[in-house]
Design a protein around this ligand. Structure first.
Ligand code: ARG
Length: 288
């Protein structure tokens, strides 16, 4: 009989409660189309979006997260996707500078929130969509491009944070932000671990991912298509789409605890759990 040991024991995984910024989808709807998921002819239910979002927020609170909220602004239906609001590391915030005009007012709105929270704000000169395309891990920042974020902003972020930025080219329109195609699971230097959809990346970028993360979880098309990779991990718990059941099994095999959430209403806008969540890695007065 052959016994296959899980590649990692659960005891190797360590949960660290996070501080996150969220935006209630009070004004959520789909009245323009800037990604393949959005269909302005398909009705949305804002009340259902709010209920699903509140469940996500309570899930985070149950994990001990400190959840901050930014006030939603009428006329900005995508503002719920807080991950796009910027990139925050320690006490420095690099603002978003959105590709599409429909979302451009969100950049100053999130930037003003960062300033009011006491962060040092660097206003982006180049187009970027915050944590949608910038994912810190270990000592580097993984950075998507191809649909939204301009590579000039990769250089700008490298200067602002003094970190190496690793460009990754996205090639599938339905996985238009890096956080739809790749999830950071363990960010600790020396323990870096990710999950991703191989087909979402150019051949050169896939080779780079395989070189940097040889033990990564490669997910199925089916799990990526329900936005399983649009996930938030505290080091142990992985908050991800309820429907990504194959990914849940892979996560368990690697010692993580998947927590499925239903955000199908927000998926009509092309977003999931991670899209609704901006990580605040440090805010003044709070160490973690
Ligand atoms: N409708 C939004 C857009 O296309 C969805 C953003 C999703 N956010 C994310 N971090 N992937 O911009």
């Amino acid at each position: 009989m052959t016994i296959t040991a899980p590649s990692t024991r659960a005891t190797d995984r360590i949960a660290t409660a996070m501080t996150v910024l969220m935006c209630r989808p009070t004004h959520f709807t789909v009245n323009y189309r800037i990604n393949p998921w959005m269909d302005p002819d398909c009705p949305t239910d804002t009340g259902r979006a709010v209920t699903q979002w509140e469940h996500l927020r309570e899930t985070y609170r149950g994990l001990g997260f400190d959840v901050r909220e930014i006030a939603p602004i009428a006329g900005l239906p995508d503002m719920v996707f807080a991950a796009n609001g910027g990139l925050v590391i320690d006490d420095v915030a690099y603002t978003a500078n959105f590709h599409f005009p429909q979302r451009q007012p969100e950049g100053p709105a999130y930037g003003a929130w960062f300033a009011s929270a006491g962060l040092t704000v660097h206003w982006a000169q180049f187009v970027n969509e915050g944590e949608g395309d910038f994912l810190p891990i270990g000592d580097v920042i993984l950075a998507g491009h191809g649909f939204r974020t301009d590579t000039a902003s990769h250089d700008e972020a490298a200067r602002v944070f003094g970190r190496e930025v690793v460009p990754l080219r996205l090639v599938r329109p339905e996985f238009y932000h890096l956080d739809t195609a790749l999830a950071v699971l363990d960010r600790r230097p020396g323990h870096e671990h990710v999950a991703y959809l191989p087909g979402a990346f150019s051949a050169a970028s896939l080779a780079e991912l395989r070189r940097r993360f040889p033990d990564a979880i490669e997910v199925s098309e089916a799990d990526a298509a329900v936005f399983g990779l649009n996930a938030v991990c505290d080091g142990l718990h992985v908050v991800t789409a309820a429907a990504a059941t194959g990914f849940h099994a892979q996560l368990r095999d690697h010692g993580y605890t998947p927590i499925g959430v239903d955000l199908t209403e927000l998926l009509l806008g092309g977003g999931g759990a991670k899209c609704c969540t901006l990580e605040l890695r440090s805010v003044p007065g709070k160490e973690f």
